[in-house]
Design a protein around this ligand. Sequence first.
Ligand code: NAP
Length: 289
Amino acid sequence: MNSVLERADLATLWLLGNPVSHSLSPLIQNRALQQLGSKAVYLAARVEEENFESVVRALPKLGAVGANVTVPHKERAFRVCDRVSDRAQAMGAVNTLLFRGQEIYGDNTDGAGWWRSLGQRCFERAVVIGAGGAARAVCYTLLTQGVSRLALLNRTLSRAEALRSELSSATPDGGRIEVFSLDRFPELLQSNTLVVQTTSVGLEGDLSPVPLPESLPTGVLLSELIYARTTALMACFQELGGEVQDGLGMLCAQGAESLALWLGLEFEEIPLQMMLEVARERVLGARDV
Ligand code: NAP
């Protein structure tokens, strides 16, 4: 890394968010850049709300190639862009900025990254817990990938209803979404169902956003977006013999999608497996401390 920093023709990539100090993105992106022999370096910056737009506008003037945007700035980033991809338009949020001459272009790799982390497997039915930004990316992706029934559960029902109506206009089959309260979860579990847990409940402690089921039908997969810990819902599914995946795969794959865009590479050229391994190693190491 030091030899890269000594270059006078360094290209920069950024993570803009608040907070950013916990983020694994600088680790996984810099390792990937190193492996690809790139002259770029990826840096994280904590940016206050009121400074976000001026920071974004200054970056291309400093020769930056692009940036990732994380909580709480994804909607703000969408508004700063001159042009956005169709998927960013549908999500109303941008997590990847590309600086192309005078133009600020925005994309959103969250849904595609999440889908890749699942191995792009198809399910007939999906149950999505939560209706925030992450749920929007997941639901949009599920609808465009042809899921036939989608149950959307949220604490605040009006927020889930709003998401359903937004997606109805953004995707051809937005009408396949049905909204439920969180307590309906156990009865919605049928065989061959994908469950996606997108709320922030479980980031700490042993709370679950939904009542824990007492048994599981066959072929149920839980995709938990939280990573670096086993949530109560994950532990329950594991105990009942269900398949469980945490959010580390999504984190790495959305980052790999962004990197491919910035560097103009095919996704397959990005060393995703290595990114996953260093991220997993860091997370396990932090747990042992
Ligand atoms: P967000 O837009 O703020 O949405 C938060 C969601 O959590 C809403 O559905 C909210 O319900 C629900 N919630 C919060 N507190 C709750 C509680 N006490 N009981 C029940 N529901 C509660 O956040 P987001 O951007 O979607 O992120 C959500 C989670 O996904 C975070 O844990 C984040 O770390 C994770 N995530 C992971 C990745 C990854 O790469 N693995 C990427 C993106 C996000 P209400 O509408 O009722 O408030």
